[in-house]
Design a protein around this ligand. Structure first.
Ligand code: PEP
Length: 249
């Protein structure tokens, strides 16, 4: 059975008080669910988030991480620093990191390796831009993103990887991929994994969809057989909406 996951990426939102308040709202309204629930507050609030979550069934994850262990990398955060405050999972490859901070597949491969060497789990994001889809290039683009950043991994490494397919044209735009478009790509991703590794590995990997998932469209997207949950941006900033999405899985 693949893990079902609903993860909220809070991006650069919420100060300390807002972070604690949103976590407490979530704790008070968290539904009974088989899905793993994760939230990714900003770096400065991760420690407080871990403490505020306490023993509730919510995992606090990081939005990014540097690939080096320590040293002269002003402004950066290492795997050890995250682990020292109880954070064991990191989101890597988000399209905003790729677009605004120049993170490419080669760098992401190093970040993935650093996370795995530190026994961390990775939620790895990837997905095509609108121009790729219009040029009918989306499948080969997605395949190359996977190949370049992840296909050097061994079978055992994949136990620590969750994939998040996020078409860039659907992130924060209010435009979602249709459930059929999401399923078509998730099926392609699983087949690409099966071709590179084998069907057993491909069937074991949770593939999340991300891109304007809201309480009113989540159920249809999550009903697709190869969609194992969602990475949620905007709608994860309101407890009621995030809980609505969790209930839809
Ligand atoms: C995201 O940033 O990962 C995301 C999916 O954002 P949104 O849900 O706001 O489109």
């Amino acid at each position: 059975m693949r893990k079902k996951i609903v993860a909220g990426n809070w991006k650069m939102n919420n100060d300390l008080a807002q972070t604690k308040a949103l976590i407490n709202d979530l704790k008070n309204s968290l539904p009974n669910t088989d899905a793993e629930v994760k939230i990714a507050p900003t770096f400065t609030n991760l420690h407080a988030a871990v403490e505020t979550v306490g023993d509730a069934a919510i995992e606090v994850v990081a939005q990014n991480m540097h690939q080096e262990a320590s040293g002269a990398y002003t402004g950066e955060i290492s795997a050890d620093m995250l682990k020292s405050i109880g954070v064991k999972t990191v989101i890597l490859g988000h399209s905003e990191r790729r677009a605004y901070f120049g993170e490419d597949d080669a760098l992401l491969a190093k970040k993935v390796d650093a996370a795995l060497q530190n026994d961390m789990d990775v939620i790895f994001c990837f997905g095509e831009e609108l121009a790729d889809r219009k040029a009918d290039n989306h499948f080969s683009l997605v395949e190359s993103q996977l190949k370049n950043a992840l296909f050097h991994l061994g079978v055992e490494d994949w136990k620590h990887i969750v994939l998040a397919y996020e078409p860039v044209w659907a992130i924060g735009t209010g435009e979602t991929a249709s459930p059929e478009q999401a399923q078509e790509m998730h099926e392609f991703i699983r087949k690409t994994l099966a071709d590179k590794y084998d069907a057993t590995l491909a069937d074991s990997i949770s593939i999340l969809y991300g891109g304007s998932v809201k309480p009113n469209n989540a159920e249809e997207i999550f009903s697709k057989p190869d969609v194992d949950g969602g990475l949620i941006g905007g709608a994860s900033l309101k407890a009621e909406d995030f809980v609505g999405i969790i209930k839809a899985i």
